[in-house]
Design a protein around this ligand. Structure first.
Ligand code: ACM
Length: 540
């Protein structure tokens, strides 16, 4: 008798997948316990889904068919099999995205307070069943397990820059598929920039007729004189965007469109030169970097244009958050414009940075009036984060609208602390950790993994203001999807874990061994990986 008191808890402890143990699931779930028994999916296994989970059941059915050649029937209730269960009470315990997944001899059971949670349970099940399309077994079995899971952050984003190079629907869908598997829930779509406007706007057809094509492209780096000597073009019609939105929605992914203003706007200015402050652009620029012209924010016609564009964007995208960019505005064109100077005087604005915040607030106000919320890169706070910015241009009296979602990417981390203390919510995309266009030398996998969206030392009472993180695939130097994949994979998996996995469960060693299955999946799908990840069992 004496001994069982010691032995029982010991057995229990061993059964828990504590820190340091692999589950095969990325991102690492919150709590995993090994259970007795195993469940085998056979052709007669049934998917049992309540009415709330009809779409989830269809999705699971399709996955099992495509990934495991198992064609299962779906039933609304009763019996044993793979059970998808909507239980609103679980929301209290596990939040909007949490789920439980239990496997024993008689069934696989996924429960959640929301259909999103059930979807994430399916994504974990998918990883337990095997996702690599190799070593396919006739028998599809998984060992008994009990998982209780919910994310650390509600915003887990991947950003794709198509302003620089258009990639197209197929590549976007592929990325959405991998995001879903990794439980990433925000596709931040950078659709406009100096070198291209990629979204059909019906009221302003020249944006895509002219703004989506450039005659040539700088290649070889920022100061390079080398050119591709080939034109580049491409854009999405609103119909194509609707198809992509629906595809993302099926995968529980919200698309946040980014329409850059007032800088990074040369493609729009080339299409409609009256939008610009200098306004001399005749064609979409062929070089990258920070270009001199910005929207003429003193001209009522420019506000009318932006409001009309945003109206179509709001009608098209279901998200109630719209990203307006706002980064890297070069102030010289505003400083040398009499019209802008008069406008600043009339509105009592102290500097170009003050004008930038003033402009941003007007746009925020317009979005708010239409039931939307603005998001922008952290320059919209009016802080100087660039070595090339003149300090005398930075006197700011305006306050950025309170409900703005601030997207931190650059500057001292104190700016994050200050912003949250000033009441703003933050998505942290600190470039030194989360830019996928940076080489593996500057952001190796382990550094990507180590990213903590909550800056060290931030008081606990403010930590809830950091709603999550993003990783960003900027596109200046990657015309081809194959090269882009090599930058994204496998670091995207590290960022998925940054966004989802609780700090106590984060462990690079565990992540690294769980990653093997994903690497194998990506290889078998023909997704290009960095050379050292192309090999099986490489030494890092
Ligand atoms: C940025 O990287 N310009 C946001």
């Amino acid at each position: 008798m004496k001994n069982t008191r010691i032995i029982l808890p010991l057995v229990l402890l061993l059964a828990i997948f504590g820190n340091g143990q692999t589950t095969g699931i990325i991102p690492q779930p919150l709590q995993v316990v090994a259970e007795e028994g195993k469940y085998t999916i056979t052709p007669s296994t049934i998917i049992i889904a309540d009415s709330a989970n009809k779409e989830n059941a269809d999705y699971l059915q399709e996955l099992l068919k495509v990934e495991h050649q198992k064609e299962l029937k779906i039933k609304r209730r009763g019996g044993k099999g793979i059970i998808l269960n909507h239980n609103p009470q679980l929301t209290q315990k596990l939040g909007e995205e949490g789920y439980t997944l239990m496997v024993d001899n008689s069934s696989i059971s996924i429960s959640a307070g929301t259909t999103t949670g059930v979807f994430y349970g399916i994504m974990s099940l998918r990883q337990l069943l095997g996702i690599d399309n190799v070593n396919k077994k006739e028998k599809l079995s998984i060992a008994g397990i009990s998982i209780e899971d919910s994310p650390r952050f509600k915003w887990r984003a991947f950003m794709l820059d198509e302003g620089r190079y258009f990639k197209g629907t197929e590549q976007v869908k592929k990325l959405l598929d991998e995001m879903a598997l990794l439980k990433m829930n925000v596709f931040h779509w950078h659709l406009t920039d100096d070198q291209g406007w990629r979204l059909e706007i019906k009221k302003y057809p020249k944006l895509t007729q002219l703004g989506s094509t450039r005659s040539n492209s700088q290649i070889g780096g920022w100061d390079s004189e080398e050119r591709s000597n080939t034109p580049h073009s491409g854009y999405y019609t609103q119909e194509q965007v609707k198809e992509i939105i629906a595809y993302a929605k099926e995968r529980q992914i919200t698309i946040i469109p980014e329409i850059e203003m007032p800088g990074h706007a040369s493609a729009a200015i080339a299409a409609y030169p009256w939008l610009g402050t200098i306004g001399e652009l005749k064609a979409v620029p062929t070089v990258f970097g920070k270009l001199p012209d910005s929207f003429n924010v003193s001209d009522p016609r420019v506000y009318e244009f932006l409001e009309n564009v945003l109206k179509e964007v709001m009608e098209l995208f279901p998200s109630n958050i719209i990203h307006i960019g706002g980064d890297e505005v070069k102030f010289d064109s505003w400083k040398s414009s009499e019209e802008i100077q008069n406008y600043m005087n009339k509105n009592g604005l102290a500097s170009p940075a003050d004008l930038h915040v003033f402009f941003t607030n007007r746009i925020s106000n317009y979005l708010n009036k239409n039931g939307h919320r603005m998001m922008g890169w952290n320059e919209i706070l009016g802080e100087n984060v660039h070595e090339w910015q003149d300090a005398s241009d930075m006197e700011v009296k305006e306050n950025l609208a309170q409900n703005t979602l601030v997207h931190f990417w650059k500057g001292n981390l104190d700016l994050v602390s200050k912003a949250v203390q000033d009441g703003y919510e933050i998505v942290n995309s600190h470039h030194e950790y989360s830019y996928l266009d940076y080489s593996f030398k500057s952001i190796p996998l382990e550094k990507a993994y180590s990213f903590d969206p909550i800056p060290e030392g931030l008081a606990e009472s403010f930590q809830h203001k950091i709603i999550g993180s993003g990783c960003q695939m900027w596109g200046e130097w990657i015309p081809e999807a194959i090269d882009m994949d090599r930058m994204i994979f496998p670091r995207i998996a590290a960022y998925a874990e940054v966004g989802w996995t609780s700090k106590t469960r984060k462990d690079y060693g565990v992540f690294r061994s769980n990653l093997d299955r994903l690497l194998s999946r990506w290889r078998s799908q023909g997704i290009s990986l960095p050379a050292k990840f192309e090999k099986v069992n490489f030494e890092e």
